[in-house]
Design a binder for this molecule. Structure first.
Ligand SMILES: Nc1nc2c(ncn2[C@@H]2O[C@H](COP(=O)(O)OP(=O)(O)OP(=O)(O)O)[C@@H](O)[C@H]2O)c(=O)[nH]1
Ligand SMILES: [Mg+2]
Length: 387
């Protein structure tokens, strides 16, 4: 899975990226700090199945800490987008090509309203809902312009059109639904306006966006009003109030052994910290007390609820829940809700899937067919004629 972090300049995209990945990247209080994309690994979390089977796991493709499985996903942080990027304003929009394979986007806005659409500081409250609208529009223009640019190659040729769209990870079925619902011609001789219409609708369906309403820690700001506007426009469940700066500081402090951090609260475990560190931690504690930190919830919701993924655990020994080497529940695999046992086999190895005979539900020890629809937290043994 690949998630793209987008937004206007200076909104905290790289701070959020760094909080999610703990990669050291350039963060600064001026626009266009990021030029080249930052790529890294973040983790989605779910309670590990080890508790239910009553055996401590030996996580291999993921991490397990205090009974929580941390499953890796890829994230990418790019330069800031500004209005008119498709005409070359700011850093332009070519860098969005790096996001072509993204499954979904996190759109970072400044919920404090203290930076404008170009990322410059402002005394007036700059509406983050307006900011988000501009960014969504720029992403639509980016895809629409690519479709327009290739018109010659697919006009009158549906296969060529589907091929172009497949390059964005958009399946033919989804494209067809959009063509139908917007009554677009199947001759693919669309006007520019129709190409943008297609781009807007297909992006909504195939590349969902969640809003990181960032900088919620800023004092003397119209945060409540701004958040309400965002929720009205993007839906309450898709807006996550957060402070990437505080989340980053807390995750770093945890890594340095200063605190233990659960995502909603922390305990100081290193008594040797300075007064400055202590004051900073107290400030962060009062932030967590009044508002939760929603950074982990945001990435979890995007991966599980919005992008419809579940976690399954493939094993080789259905009695001991182990792999070939005796590791208990070694792998936690993210897979689309609706996937079958055979889809799981294909994720592990093509040959395993091609020569698959059946599977076994390791929890019940019951034999299941290749077409069995996987459920969240299933533990599955694939039985295959493959060596
Ligand atoms: N108060 C506060 N400041 C933040 C927060 N997140 C980021 N910042 C600050 O906002 C400024 C911009 O942060 P970056 O992470 O570099 O923002 P960006 O969106 O990646 O910026 P560009 O790469 O220039 O587009 C920096 O000074 C950060 O320290 C936050 O949650 N709260
Ligand atoms: Mg940046």
């Amino acid at each position: 899975m690949l998630i793209g972090i987008i937004g206007a300049p200076n909104k905290g995209k790289s701070s959020l990226f760094s909080a999610l990945t703990l990669n050291e990247v350039k963060i600064a209080n001026y626009p266009f700090t990021t030029i080249d994309p930052n790529k890294g690994v973040a983790y989605v979390t779910e309670e590990c199945a080890e508790r239910e089977i009553g055996i401590k796991c030996n996580a291999r493709n993921s991490l397990c800490k205090n009974g929580i499985r941390y499953i890796p996903i890829n994230v990418i942080d790019v330069a800031g987008l500004v209005e008119g990027a498709n005409e070359g304003k700011g850093m332009g929009n070519q860098f969005l090509n790096d996001l072509i394979n993204c499954d979904g986007f996190i759109l970072v806005v400044d919920a404090s309203g203290k930076t404008d659409s170009d990322g410059n500081f402002t005394d007036k409250n700059y509406s983050p809902a307006k900011d988000a609208r501009i960014i969504v529009n720029e992403v639509v223009k980016w895809l629409g312009d690519i479709i327009i640019k290739h018109k010659k190659s697919y006009k009158g040729n549906s296969d060529a059109f589907y091929e172009l769209i497949a390059g964005f990870g958009i399946p033919k079925d989804a494209a067809n639904n959009v063509i139908e619902s917007n009554s677009l011609s199947r001759k693919f001789d669309w006007s520019n306006e129709e190409a943008y219409k297609f781009a807007g609708t297909i992006l909504k369906i195939s590349k969902p966006i969640v809003i990181a309403a960032n900088k919620c820690d800023v004092k003397n700001a119209n945060i409540e009003k701004n958040i309400n506007e965002l929720k009205e426009e993007f839906g309450e469940a898709n807006v996550f109030e957060c402070s990437a700066a505080i989340e980053l500081a807390l995750r770093k402090a945890e890594r340095q052994g200063i605190i233990t951090y659960s995502g909603n609260s922390f305990d100081i475990v290193n008594s040797g910290i300075s007064k400055e560190q202590n004051d900073a931690l107290n400030m962060m504690k009062s932030f967590l007390d009044s508002k939760k930190s929603n950074v982990q919830k945001l990435i979890n919701d995007l991966a599980f609820r919005i992008l419809n993924n579940i976690v399954v655990y493939p094993v080789e020994d259905e009695n001991k829940f182990t792999d070939h080497f005796g590791n208990v529940l070694p792998d936690a695999i993210l897979i689309n809700d609706g996937a079958t046992a055979q889809d799981l086999a294909a994720k592990i190895h093509t040959e395993l899937a091609n020569r698959m005979l059946y599977a076994i539900n390791a929890r019940t020890k019951i034999k299941i067919s290749k077409t069995y629809t996987l459920k969240d937290r299933d533990i599955i043994k694939i039985v295959s004629a493959a060596k």
